[in-house]
Ligand binder design. Sequence first.
Ligand code: NAD
Length: 497
Amino acid sequence: MKTIGHLINGEQREDGEQTQLVYNPATGEATKELLLANDDLVDEAIEAARTAFQTWRNEPPIKRARVMFRYKQLLEEHKDEICLLIGEEHGKIGHDAAGELQRGIENVEYACSAAELLKGEFSKNVGPSIDSWSEHQPLGVVAGITPFNFPAMVPLWMFPMAIVCGNCFILKPSEKDPSAALYIANLLKEAGLPDGVMQVIQGGKPVVDRLLKSTEVEAISFVGSTPIAKYIYETASQNGKRCQALGGAKNHAIVMPDCDLDNAVNQLIGAAYGSSGERCMALSVAVAVGNETADKLASMLKPKLEELRVGAFYDNDNDFGPLISREHQQKVVSYIDSAEQDGATIVADGRHPNIERYSSGYFVGPTLIDNVSPTMESYQQEIFGPVLQIIRADSMQDAMDLIDKHAYGNGTCIFTRDGEAARYFSDNIKVGMVGINVPLPVPVAYHSFGGWKQSLFGDLHAYGPDSVKFYTRRKTITQRWPSANVREGATFSMPVL
Ligand code: NAD
């Protein structure tokens, strides 16, 4: 069986007495063995990053950016290999994996403007012959811990910006689908990145805990489920580290009676079922305003769901693939069971899909549940599967109150033709990313990504302009070169102009 190792100081390493199996979710077969790092190996990765930082921090930003120019090209040239690795371990269909990679590459493009982004601020003559400037200094060794659902894109949210800001990076990918992250990290060497600037270290909680405890690691970026995000944020903060921890989600779409319902139905289907609903921005709840809207919505969705193609990533005509694991498949099914037991209506039932040739895969078919109420567990918890629930609300304000009360606040969207209503919605809703007739309002790479409430712990959002702030420390320098002719005596009051 093929093994998956680590990347330390520019070398591929095959260390690790303990291993964990990696599965192909479409077939249910264990296909690879992941080597798990022990404490010594994590420490070695940290030491390699610490050493490389002494030189890398002084490289001109334009030189750091040039590595990213070459890197972008390499990612594009190796697109097929990367998408294959994503498909084999995550199960994502080829077209969706290509979309994920493209969104990741956009973060590399943003990182190419490092020289501009790190320019800082300068003020001449803040006092007599006194100039002042603020600069962004790198933090040192920083680490990223990433989830299974975007094995290439989420790492690319983190390390290109961390690196061009002058830091050295340690990535701990998801142990469920680690190969794509390792592959893209290896391409950095070919792009000209010096050894030690980028490390990949494999494992689970023990590796994370070692990174959290290390006094050499200055900052942690985390993306994953909310309970772990909270743990990481609290532990990192207690250990004096900077941390941003992005958590789970429950994303609502308000469907207004005046909207273009044909369009809304199509948009909802893509956003609810794409990637098997395993996206933190997946729309998993449609809040229909008025019973008539809800009835129409359910009846228009049902036949379209019957046409969806569910299958393995090998066939690019499929709409979505399997879930990540048997355990997760069972969890998703148990949420559908609980909604049914709680009195909701199962309009389309994906609990027993018939997937030709892949009967051992972790598939759940497209599921639509109507008459869901806010007290149901299936509504309160993140399901993370191909399940869309309909809640009926009497008014737009009721729909907004429902969204505001939910523990998560990652993304939301409104379908309407009413500009005034849309503006009121975006002004007042307590959610971090808002779409107006846009179902997946994932910010582009030159904006930043982040939710509110239990969807993000920390002050700064991921990637884009916030990442410059996250991955650097501001230093402000005030400078005067005293003239030989002008000598001032000591002053004891606060200096003012
Ligand atoms: P997860 O929380 O199980 O794992 C994420 C990472 O944390 C992995 O690298 C894993 O190895 C590590 N980890 C797991 N348990 C740990 C523990 N006890 N201690 C320390 N580290 C631990 O998440 P997942 O199942 O891989 O990903 C799905 C989740 O991620 C969903 O909740 C989804 O909403 C969320 N997500 C959020 C965003 C966002 O931007 N907000 C983006 C993608 C995914």
